[in-house]
Design a protein around this ligand. Sequence first.
Ligand SMILES: Cc1ncc(COP(=O)(O)O)c(C=O)c1O
Ligand SMILES: N[C@@H](CCCC[NH3+])C(=O)O
Length: 439
Amino acid sequence: MQKGSINMFVSDNLGVNASGNLTIGGVDTVVLAKKYGTPLYVMDEDMIRRDCKTFQKSIDTYYDGQGLVCYASKAFSCKEIYRVMQSENMGIDVVSGGELYTAVQAGFDVTKACFHGNNKTTEELNMALDYGVGRIVVDNIYEMEHLNQLAAEKHLTAPILLRIKPGVDAHTHNFIRTGQIDSKFGFALETGEAYEAVKKAISYPNLKLRGLHCHIGSQILDTQGFTAAAEVMMEFIEKLKKELGYEAEDLNLGGGFGIRYTEADDPLPYDAYMEAVAKVINGFCASHDVKRPFILIEPGRSIAAPAGITLYTVGGIKEIPNIRTYVSVDGGMCDNPRYILYQSAYDALVANKAGQPKTEKVTIAGKCCESGDLIGENMEIQPCEVGDIIAVCATGAYNYSMASNYNRLQKPAVVFVKGGEDRLAVKRESLDDILRNDI
Ligand SMILES: Cc1ncc(COP(=O)(O)O)c(C=O)c1O
Ligand SMILES: N[C@@H](CCCC[NH3+])C(=O)O
């Protein structure tokens, strides 16, 4: 890494301009901080669109276009992102009535949506049926029965996938692994539960089993888990065909593609994950009596995270001799809970000194009344002073979408940049927004 140069950035949409300020998608972040205030989320729409196209191209290349890329909108959800997804001909993954409603209100065609969740409420299942969601991903036997009943009441046939736990242990943080038998999501293969679930699903008159789904976890930096899951799922599809005469039309392989948060992460190009999995699927279909299913994938983090940054203003600096220096910013765990949840590492810099070398190591602290409210420890950064703007990189996923109002802090605004222009996508919450539901 050449410190103080463009090479220091974890995402290739970041740069330094003639004023020495950090840019995102060519837009000066210091100007954005002044214009919109801080904390501020900034999303690079050009990069989001580029990465959607990268995944779509892989589907075209390896599956002759017989597949659908569904953006996992839990990573970052607001009306504007669904509009972008609609215009890129993407599908989406939603996990709640809230995400579904937002997508519908944004004009998204939810026949291209997969609706997930291990405990969807009756209201949510009814919404999915009423809006015509294309694939409801059934998680458990109670939900299957319940959905069949709700669909019958509406004289509908609900299109479903079954969520399968393929028994694959992904190499990632314990809280974001989902493919192993000890997971709250889905039907286990090893125990025969998944097989019984398929038998049941095809017997219900008001359910149409379109196929199967699996998702092994998130922020996975190698192909091994993905290829193992693909193999296991294809074997299961073959078994179902042989033994039950049921042939799955869809195979949804989920998301989980890892990204670079810091220099320590070495992710593969997205196409490399896709190529490795396609080799397994295509190889299997060529050597077995199974037709290749329609392939769906659900990238969330890989589309949203690298495209986003968060801008903060430094309000105080506390040097504790021989211990550490705290740099306090005007946000924290309320807008980025990932450090307190997973001790996630981020790259940060002083946006108004982006061209200068990083010579300091600091702890960036949030403003919440919580000692663990940190953005990170031992973070390399330029020397900074009160009033400086700090940028934390690769925060486009699971930051805004996991933000809270703890301490009655207001959620920050979200700005999109595109073609060198900026626009507001989500307004900053006001103090009255905080009171909105108080009686
Ligand atoms: C079912 C499902 N699909 C897709 C995703 C998106 O994962 P990621 O953001 O890691 O791509 C998740 C989250 O882990 C998920 O639970
Ligand atoms: N929220 C997690 C990822 C969970 C993925 C959803 N199943 C994160 O911030 O990394």
